[in-house]
Design a protein around this ligand. Structure first.
Ligand code: ZN
Length: 280
């Protein structure tokens, strides 16, 4: 029976190794090579050999901001992992990244946020944190099935995360995921916005992301926070009905609302504020 004991020993070793060096890194009590910063609402794991981005020290304030924007409690403590390199990131977060290579990803339970090495390439860490904390707050208040279904409605989930990302000052020399407002307005003059809302697949992801963000800025401006929260609650509880819920709550179809928003952008009735300190 010694081969069985050998197998059990090997299995235990593999599980233990998965903690500090593998997919359980975020949950591990030890984090070799990383510095752990403890805040009230979140812990931040940061590569020990990298200069710390001051944005992380605002994490408690950003969680509170997400709670007040979404009118939801983010009751579980969050772990933010800033990966040192892609090697680490793929070992820690491969199942959550799939084939995508974003700047950040929030796991479906809303308790862990992974930031990929793109974060060191000029993106505004505060903006990315606010974006992911919007996902985390919504995810913590929904079923895993609803989180999965909402992936097909990025015009809502990514749009509102974008609104959160824009709620702060961009660090000097850093850029937000959204295009600078003047560039977007210029592009929206000749580019139709509806295709970005019509399907989950995007031909220009950054353009669509900006279109969704400013769409929600505009809806909240026109129809207020109460209608927004009503829609948020309906859409997140049954994501397959998001479009029908939109028509019910806003009194017009999504397509009609997107066309009105595009008209307002083209005529200058709606000029989104530029949140970027610098042009990427
Ligand atoms: Zn997102």
């Amino acid at each position: 029976m010694s081969w069985k004991r050998g197998l059990a020993f090997f299995f235990i070793l593999a599980v233990l190794a998965a903690f500090p060096y593998g997919p359980l890194f975020a949950w591990s009590p030890v984090h070799p090579g990383y510095t752990k910063l403890n805040f009230k609402r979140a812990d931040v794991l940061y590569p020990a050999d990298r200069p710390l981005d001051p944005a992380y020290s605002n994490v408690d304030r950003y969680v509170a901001l997400a709670e007040s924007f979404h009118n939801l409690r983010c009751s579980k403590k969050i772990t933010v992992v800033a990966c040192r390199d892609w090697n680490d990131c793929l070992r820690f977060a491969a199942p959550f990244l799939g084939t995508q290579r974003p700047v950040g990803v929030t796991i479906p339970t809303g308790t862990v946020i992974f930031l990929t090495p793109y974060i060191y390439g000029g993106w505004d860490a505060g903006g990315v944190l606010r974006h992911e904390l919007s996902h985390a707050t919504l995810n913590q208040n929904r079923s895993l099935l609803s989180v999965w279904r909402l992936l097909k409605q990025p015009w809502f989930s990514e749009g509102v995360a974008g609104v959160m990302a824009g709620m702060g000052t961009t660090a000097p020399g850093r850029k937000l995921v959204a295009l600078p407002a003047p560039n977007f307005i210029a592009a929206a003059r000749h580019e139709d916005l509806w295709p970005s809302f019509d399907a989950a697949q995007q031909k220009d992801w950054r353009f669509s992301y900006t279109a969704w963000e400013f769409f929600w800025v505009r809806q909240i401006q026109l129809r207020g926070k109460e209608a927004f929260l009503k829609f948020e609650s309906a859409c997140t509880s049954e994501p397959e009905k998001c479009r029908a819920d939109f028509a019910n709550i806003y009194g017009m179809g999504l397509r009609q609302a997107v066309e009105a928003y595009q008209d307002d952008l083209r005529s200058g009735r709606f000029v989104p504020a530029d949140q970027t300190a610098s042009t990427p």
